[in-house]
Design a protein around this ligand. Structure first.
Ligand code: ADP
Ligand code: ZN
Length: 722
């Protein structure tokens, strides 16, 4: 027997199938999709069996595989095909497409691998002629109800009896796998659906065209309840479901709701799990013990059989696109492909769908489903815009009079407040009052952020940190000051303004410890704090009934980012955070502070007018030739020597111009962060509607540079960030 093996080493040169002979003792274990250990050069490496054949058409002296790693296949037919689909969509190595599907513990074995954990159980053997004493009889009695009893339980009766009985063969030990996480069993907490919710559920179930559905439902319209109903329905048909949520910040509350309804049928995969926990969850899914998978982007690869429903909540979220490493895939594209393969519904849900998705729904390419009202017709919160230009004439604090008064009022009434500032740290930059010098990261083209608590200046990109300086390195004056505001400064200000009020700050800095995030959400729900202050981490998915005021300290932080999506992102962030207010009986209010009060992204938030925003933004996208009217490809060229990069970038542009006929080629220009981690970056952007040569041109370019040590070429289709 000969097998074709894909080696677990991501390099464009070895991304192909290598043939190996199978020693006869291993033949029976070989299956397509199983992992094997093979000799490769001077190394022993792991790989996946992708082909089984009688003979090789290559060399005569084939090497033999060393071992079969697993008992079961790790990649089934669907996932193997899916990898090929992703490779084609993203121009990545095939092995990287498979590796992205698996928990770390299953990627190439590295010495200290994560192990399975076991508990010891006993089963009853023959007692025969053996005379039991009282203690031993007590031990045996525990088996009247269960066939298997845990060692722990038996030891409580008598350790010596257990030992003797085991020696006599009366107790037979058995290992049973112990999962690191456990879920409560279900108690079927559910509401009866409103008419609007029922209608949406029916529309999905009656959708015979196998179209993707876009569920556009305002914040608090009960989308989650609809998802759960659809999943329950799928479960009843004996099928499995995947539900994606944007990030870990959303997961604790969501998982809790799902756990209450579906108990241990769920598996939750997210970035806060340890490697071991992740591996356990993956195996529960793989074995069919978990039927519902909830997780962030990579959960779309859950190895479920009989997939019957895929739901992507907050579908507009940028976290569904993997941008920073290969394969640069979109979980939405992968979901559509899995939906097609399994002939199952795919639901994209959001209060503020991405322009791309809404445009597809408008064209009839997606089925549009709507939940235009909050549950039980509660109204959306009223939104007030405060012009900070006017405010600064009277007062230079961080809080306008309006926001300050509202916060005081809510504290008085024992209601809760959420405040958003989308920038962590204390100040956003440190600059010299004398000469204008700004302190930058020595490795990146980025200003450093002052973190007061740690008394450090930090680079939010590469993690570089240095002590705070007061003397300007340029003009040597004692004149460095920090400008701009971050969450840490707002927290300090809140303590001054509201000295007896408990404030909870939630951002990357305060939630990095495992479990902190969940605890913070619980504490806030239990009203241990009156004010929750945070970055965009507080904007999404949270459901607290006592929150009646949402304040945005500075709406302009996301508006001023140089990106064609900055208006869309701002509209969506503000709508989402506004949606945290007044979700229950009490009426909600929102106050947004901005220096751009007349900007359309902000005025449409005030009116809760998604369609108005959509129309205006679409006109701009059309004129500017941006998505959804045009497709984009972002090509990044990077290396240590910028003169080489620049020269090569020019060459690439010239050759692309020769190949491509209807594509607009922008650049090469220095990337928006020119230097990152001591590496210089140039970018070329392609805009096109239709271009038959594109794929071939990009493959050629990729091939040409794959062995070049001076320059790295990365291709990103439909980029989210520039
Ligand atoms: P969304 O996901 O659209 O923001 P949720 O599903 O979180 O909305 O629902 C908002 C609130 O309304 C939640 O507290 C939820 O428990 C409640 N809710 C949802 N559907 C119903 C229903 N049919 N009857 C009563 N309460 C509901
Ligand atoms: Zn840096």
């Amino acid at each position: 027997m000969v097998v074709g093996v894909l080696i677990q080493l991501s390099h464009k040169n070895i991304d192909k199938i290598f043939d190996y002979k199978v020693p006869s003792r291993l033949e029976s274990k070989i299956k397509i999709g199983i992992r094997v250990e093979v000799p490769f050069g001077y190394q022993k490496l792991e790989g996946f069996v992708l082909e089984i054949k009688g003979q090789s058409s290559y060399a005569v002296n084939l090497k033999q595989i060393i071992e079969v790693v697993d008992e079961e296949i790790v990649l089934n037919k669907e996932l193997l095909d899916l990898g090929k689909f992703i490779k084609k969509q993203t121009l990545s190595t095939l092995i990287s497409c498979y590796q992205v599907m698996l928990p770390k513990a299953l990627k190439a074995r590295r010495g200290s691998s994560v192990s399975k954990k076991y508990d010891i159980y006993y089963r009853l053997g023959e007692i025969g002629e053996y005379k039991l004493n009282t203690k031993q009889q007590e031990v045996i009695n525990l088996f009247t109800q269960d066939d298997l009893v845990s060692r722990k339980r038996l030891l409580l009766v008598s350790a010596s009896s257990v030992k003797t009985l085991e020696q006599k063969g009366i107790l037979i030990p058995e290992k049973k796998e112990h999962y690191r996480l456990c879920y409560n069993s279900e108690n079927c907490l559910k509401y009866s659906l409103t008419d609007e919710q029922k209608q949406v559920v029916n529309q999905v179930l009656e959708n015979k065209e196998e179209k993707v559905s876009l569920l556009w439902g305002v914040t608090g319209s009960g989308k989650t309840e609809v998802y759960m109903e659809l999943i329950e329905n799928t479960l009843k048909k004996g099928k499995t479901s995947i539900m994606l949520v944007p990030e870990i910040s959303l997961t604790p509350q969501m998982v809790e709701r799902f756990e209450k309804r579906f108990g241990n049928k769920i598996a939750a995969i997210h970035s806060a799990l340890s490697e071991g926990e992740r591996y356990d969850e993956w195996r529960r899914i793989h074995r069919g013990e978990a039927k519902i998978v909830i997780g962030a982007r990579s959960a779309i690869f859950a190895p479920l059989n009989d997939l019957g429903m895929i739901i992507i909540d907050e579908e507009h979220s940028d976290s569904y696109k993997q941008e920073d490493s290969s394969p640069r895939y979109s979980a939405i594209d992968v979901a559509r492909e899995r939906g097609r393969y399994n002939k199952c519904p795919v639901i994209l849900g959001s209060a503020t769908p991405s322009l791309e998705s809404f445009a597809r729904a408008q064209k009839g390419f997606y089925q549009l489903l709507m939940l235009p009202h909050r549950v039980n017709k509660k109204s959306l919160p009223s939104v007030e815009i405060v012009d900070m230009n006017e405010e600064y004439k009277k007062n230079v604090g961080l809080f306008s009079k309006k926001l300050f008064d509202k916060i005081s009022e809510k504290i008085e009434k024992k209601e809760q407040v959420i405040l958003l500032l989308n920038r962590r740290g204390y100040s956003s930059f440190v600059t010299c009052k004398n000469c204008g010098y700004t302190v930058k990261c020595p490795h990146c083209d980025i200003t450093l952020t002052y973190h007061k608590h740690a008394s450090m200046l930090r680079c939010h990109y590469c993690g570089y940190a240095t002590n705070l300086k007061v003397i300007c390195p340029e003009c040597h004056e004692n004149s460095l000051t920090n400008l701009g505001i971050g969450t840490e400064k707002v927290e300090e200000e809140l303590h001054k303004l509201f000295p007896n009020t408990a404030v909870l700050r939630m951002d990357v800095d305060t939630t990095s410890r495992k479990g902190m995030h969940k605890k913070m959400i619980e504490d806030f729900r239990n009203q241990k704090y009156s004010i929750l202050l945070g970055t965009q981490i507080v904007a999404k998915g949270l459901d607290f009934e006592n929150v009646t005021l949402v304040g945005v300290i500075n709406a302009d932080t996301s508006l001023n980012i140089p990106d064609f999506r900055s208006s869309e992102n701002t509209f969506s962030l503000l709508s989402q955070v506004a949606g945290r207010s007044g979700r229950s009986e009490k009426v909600g209010e929102v106050v947004i502070q901005t220096f751009n009060p007349s900007h359309y992204a902000i005025s449409f938030v005030k009116k809760h007018d998604y369609i108005g925003f959509y129309k205006q933004e679409m006109t701009i996208r059309k004129t500017m030739k941006y998505p959804p009217y045009y497709y984009l490809v972002y090509i990044r060229l990077s290396g240590k020597d910028y003169s080489i990069i620049e020269k090569e970038a020019q060459k690439i542009k010239k050759s692309l111009e020769r190949y491509l006929e209807q594509t607009i080629i922008l650049g090469p220009s220095p990337a928006s962060i020119f230097k990152l981690n001591d590496v210089y970056r140039y970018s070329i952007i392609l805009k096109y509607k239709k271009e038959s040569n594109l794929y071939l041109a990009l493959i050629k370019m990729d091939e040409h540079y794959k062995n070049n040590k001076d320059i790295k070429v990365e291709i990103n289709f439909n980029p989210i960030h520039f």
